[in-house]
Each structure stands twice: as structure tokens, then as C-alpha cells.
Design a protein around this ligand. Structure first.
Ligand code: PHE
Length: 512
């Protein structure tokens, strides 16, 4: 397609997409020799309001068919005293009228036509204009001069300005000519106003040369137009689907909320039930129950956030506490030798913010020791971590257990691989790991963006954990990190980005 032909095509397209008001503005401008103020277009075109012209003109400007030129104008209007003097006359003129009748007057006599504030003003101007002479005898006496008499017959330039401004407020005036009025208070006001001129551009002229017609067309389709069939016989204005319009965003869930929903869905589909727990727990349930020795380094202030209020959480099942204490000390009936230290019940009652959601699954097992069961929980846990690009002191864990006859390690690997596969991670690696409450134990990693990322721990609960609560069958257990998974999913390099509430990236995320 050659260039000229292409340009011609554009003209046709532009004409087609003009609205009625845009066409009317262009035609009126043509009539007004290519440039006019909105008021002038209003007078000469078929419009009912100036805003219609301004709206259409800014659309025309965006299509480069007109230019809106703004000018700042200084204009003047009557002030409060200006209006008053227009009716009563300026103070010096009123004084002069009185003097011309009497030839001369005392200050006292002036007060019959002037207020006490106006007298000094009037005398000042009378003297300045050489309309009076002042004589001081016993009293101050004002005498009219020949010039004063002459001045009375003519309209002064000040009076002319006041009259003119009352007829045409907001007029542009020569500042030099109104100096004396401007020095006086509240007689006239200076204002700055912006006026626009709409000017046809060369493109606009081209469109007019090509010719535009105002036809009765449909610019907005309504149900009425469709029902009555009116659309059949009328032209419909084409839409410009490439026209710029600002993006509108409705409210939507945070990507993390959405992701949690997806994970829940996966576990539900795999036949699991959801369980929940509290943030504040006792050491007993969070650690003792899981055969974590009371002198374990993870219990130190380093990792665990202990609570001041409440500082203790009572453990109600005293028999269980005794049993667990025994297991810690010498293994009890579990066949284990235990840790070989003196178990403290008080230590078990210390209150903490749960450090893992394994506390939820162990409590569930205690309340439901009969197999089979498949439960999961997604919840927040707390640890004394320094915040950096891969650590937060508060994060989510995806926890789960399978308790059934014959449950085994291979099954555990299979279930975790299946979960990650459903989350979109094909490559999963299981490595040997260590947790005081599982044997065997393993770590789970996923491969993503050319690197392995450690996502969580798992294993089969030890007899030290299951025996005291009468659980006889194997329990497969896992606790996986959610935020790291989210980082991989959302392509984030910094874990903190998940919680910064930056609408920019929240809107971008493909998940939502
Ligand atoms: N509780 C462990 C953690 O917080 C994860 C885990 C859960 C390990 C269950 C084994 C079994 O890292």
C-alpha cells in the first residue's frame, strides 16, 4: 500500500469515528475561519452548553484535528466600593457638587454629603486634581477652583471606567489608565482568567475538505434501540477499540489468599480433611508431645517466641503429662531409652507462639487415635528469625498426616510428589533429614528456575510420639513452607515482597 493511499484511508476512518458534537465543532470552526473561543462556537453552532464544546474539542485535540490554546487574561470588575460609588458618585465628586453650589464650605458642611472616612479621601483627591484651594482661618475652608468647576461638567476617566465595568464586567483594561483607581481600596478588582481558543489544525482542515455530514446516527446502543428495531435504519457510530481508556481494577483476593485456597482445594481433592489450631500453645503440646528434648537448642530464645501474657498454659490431661515425662526420661513403654534427663512439668506449661503446625496434627491424633485419618492444616507459625530476603519471623506451614494401617515411607514420598505436581512442580527431590519426632525423616526440595529450593520436612512419627496416645498404626507426617512455594509461583526474589501490599505487582500476578 503506498503512503498517499494509506493517508487517505486514515482520513476516512477518522471521519467515521467522529461524534455528532465533534463534527459540529469542526463545521462551526470552518464557518469562523478556523479559530474561535468556545463562547463564539456556542453562539454560532448548534449547541446548548459550552461543556459540550469543550468535551468535543478535547476529543478532537486527542485526534490532532484541533488545538486548544489557553491564554491567561488579566481582567477587572467592580469591587464593593466601586459599586457603591457608581450609584452615589465618587466622594470627591460629591464634595465638588456641594462646593459648586456654595462656592466654599467648611469640613463640617462636607459631612452632610460624605461619611467621616470619606472626607479625608475626598480632600486628598480634590487637592491632587487642583479642584480646590484650602484656606485656614479659624476653620478650614475649601474653595472651588476654576478647574474644579470645569471638572464638574465632564465625566472623569475614573467615572467612565466604573460605568464601563458595570456594563461589561471582566473586561481587559490598560493598567496605566486605571492606576488611580487601582491605588484606591475595593473600588476595582483584578482577576486572572484563562480563556481558550480552539484552532483547526492542518489535519482538521483536511477532514473538512474531504467533507463531513451530520447525520442522525446512533452513538450509544440501548436496549430500547434494539427492541424497537430503530438500529436497522440508522447509521451506527463505530467504536475505536484501540482508544485509550484508564484501566479499572475491581477488588480481588491477595495472591497469598488465592494460593492458600488452591492448596486447600488440592488436599480436599486428595481426600484430606482440614483442621485448625491456636497461635498460643504450651511447650508441652508444641514440643514435649513431639519428643523434642527440653534442652533442645530450638527451644532457646533463639528460635521460639515465648509469651509474657499469658505466661503459662495449663495442660489438663495430667496422666498424659506423666506418660510423656516418662518417655523423655527413660522411654517409658515405647521401647526407647528416652533422653535421660529430668523432665520438668513447669517447662511444659510455658506459653509460646506455635513454632510449627505439627502441634495441630499431634493434638488431632491424641483426640482421634483410631485410624484411618487424612488431615491437613494451613496456618501461621512464629519464630525468632531475622528478616531477610528468605526469612520472615511469621510464616505459613502446610501441615498434614496420614494415619492408616500399612502406611509407609514410599507412600509418603508419593503423596508429597503428587501434591507438588498438582501445584505445578514436576521435579521433586527427597533427601534424608532429621527431626526428633520422626524416623525415618526426610527433607523435600523442588527444582524450579534451574535451582533446588528446600520446601519442608517430613517423616513417620516415632513410637515415642505415637505410643503414649495409643496410636498403633504408622503416621506419615509433613510440614512444608508456603511462602517459599509462593515465591517460586510468583517469580519473586525476595520473600518480603509477598507482604508489601504493592498494588503494582499484586495486579500483575497471573494467578489472579
Ligand atoms: N515441623 C517441621 C518443621 O517445622 C516439619 C515436619 C513436620 C517434619 C512433620 C516432619 C514431620 O520444619
Amino acid at each position: 500500500m503506498n503512503k498517499i493511499f494509506q493517508a487517505k484511508m486514515d482520513v476516512d476512518k477518522t471521519i467515521k469515528e467522529l461524534s455528532q458534537n465533534e463534527k459540529k465543532v469542526l463545521l462551526t470552526l470552518k464557518k469562523l475561519k478556523g479559530s474561535a473561543s468556545p463562547e463564539n462556537i456556542l453562539k454560532n453552532g448548534d449547541f446548548s452548553q459550552e461543556v459540550e464544546i469543550m468535551n468535543a474539542s478535547s476529543w478532537l485535540q486527542s485526534k490532532k484535528l484541533v488545538k486548544i490554546e489557553d491564554h491567561i487574561k488579566t481582567v477587572y470588575a467592580l469591587g464593593k466600593e466601586g459599586k457603591q460609588y457608581l450609584e452615589q458618585g465618587l466622594p470627591e465628586k460629591r464634595a465638588l457638587t456641594l462646593l459648586s453650589k456654595k462656592g466654599k464650605a467648611t469640613l463640617k458642611e462636607l459631612s452632610s454629603v460624605l461619611t467621616s472616612q470619606e472626607i479625608p479621601v475626598a480632600i486628598g483627591w480634590l487637592k491632587k486634581n487642583k479642584w480646590i484651594n484650602i484656606k485656614k482661618d479659624k476653620e478650614t475652608i475649601l474653595e472651588i477652583t476654576a478647574e474644579g468647576k470645569k471638572a464638574l461638567k465632564a465625566e472623569t476617566s475614573e467615572e467612565k471606567t466604573l460605568k464601563m465595568l458595570s456594563e461589561k464586567p471582566n473586561s481587559e483594561l490598560d493598567k496605566n489608565k486605571i492606576k488611580s483607581l487601582l491605588t484606591r481600596k475595593n473600588i476595582i478588582k483584578e482577576k486572572e482568567i484563562i480563556t481558550s481558543t480552539i484552532v483547526l489544525t492542518n489535519e482538521g482542515k483536511k477532514i473538512l475538505e474531504k467533507g463531513i455530514k451530520i447525520e442522525d446516527e446512533i452513538s450509544q446502543i440501548t436496549s430500547k434501540i434494539i427492541k424497537t428495531g430503530v438500529w436497522k435504519n440508522k447509521a451506527i457510530r463505530p467504536y475505536d477499540i484501540n482508544a485509550f481508556s484508564p484501566a479499572l481494577y475491581g477488588g480481588k483476593p491477595h495472591p497469598m489468599v488465592k494460593l492458600i485456597g488452591e492448596i486447600k482445594q488440592i488436599f480436599l481433592e486428595m481426600g484430606f480433611e482440614e483442621i485448625q489450631g491456636d497461635y498460643v500453645e504450651s511447650c508441652f503440646w508444641n514440643m514435649d508431645m513431639l519428643f523434642i528434648p527440653q534442652d533442645h537448642p530450638a527451644r532457646e530464645m533463639q528460635d521460639t517466641l515465648y509469651c509474657k501474657v499469658p505466661s503459662k498454659v495449663k495442660v489438663t490431661d495430667k496422666k498424659l503429662v506423666d506418660k510423656i515425662g516418662q518417655v523423655h526420661e527413660d522411654g517409658g513403654k515405647t521401647g526407647s531409652t528416652g533422653w535421660g534427663y529430668k523432665f520438668s512439668k513447669e517447662e511444659g506449661e510455658r506459653a509460646l507462639l506455635r513454632t510449627h503446625t505439627t502441634v495441630n496434627t499431634i493434638r488431632y491424633l491424641y483426640n482421634n487415635p483410631k485410624p484411618p485419618c487424612k488431615v491437613f492444616s494451613i496456618g501461621r507459625v512464629f519464630r525468632k528469625e531475622n528478616i531477610d530476603s528468605t526469612h520472615l519471623p511469621e510464616f505459613y506451614q502446610i501441615e498434614g498426616i496420614i494415619h492408616e494401617e500399612g502406611a509407609n515411607f514410599k507412600q509418603l514420598i508419593g503423596v508429597l510428589k503428587e501434591f507438588y505436581k498438582r501445584m505445578g512442580f514436576e521435579k521433586v527431590r527427597c533427601r534424608p533429614g532429621y527431626f526428633p519426632y520422626t524416623e525415618p525423616s526426610m527433607e523435600v526440595d523442588v527444582f524450579y528456575n534451574n535451582q533446588w529450593m528446600e520446601l519442608g520436612g517430613s517423616g513417620i512419627f516415632r513410637p515415642e510420639v505415637t505410643e503414649p496416645i495409643d496410636v498403633k498404626n504408622p503416621v506419615l507426617a509433613w510440614g512444608l513452607g508456603l511462602e517459599r512455594l509462593a515465591m517460586l509461583k510468583f517469580g519473586l526474589k525476595d520473600i518480603r515482597d509477598l507482604y508489601i501490599s504493592d498494588l503494582g505487582w499484586l495486579r500483575e500476578k497471573p494467578l489472579i
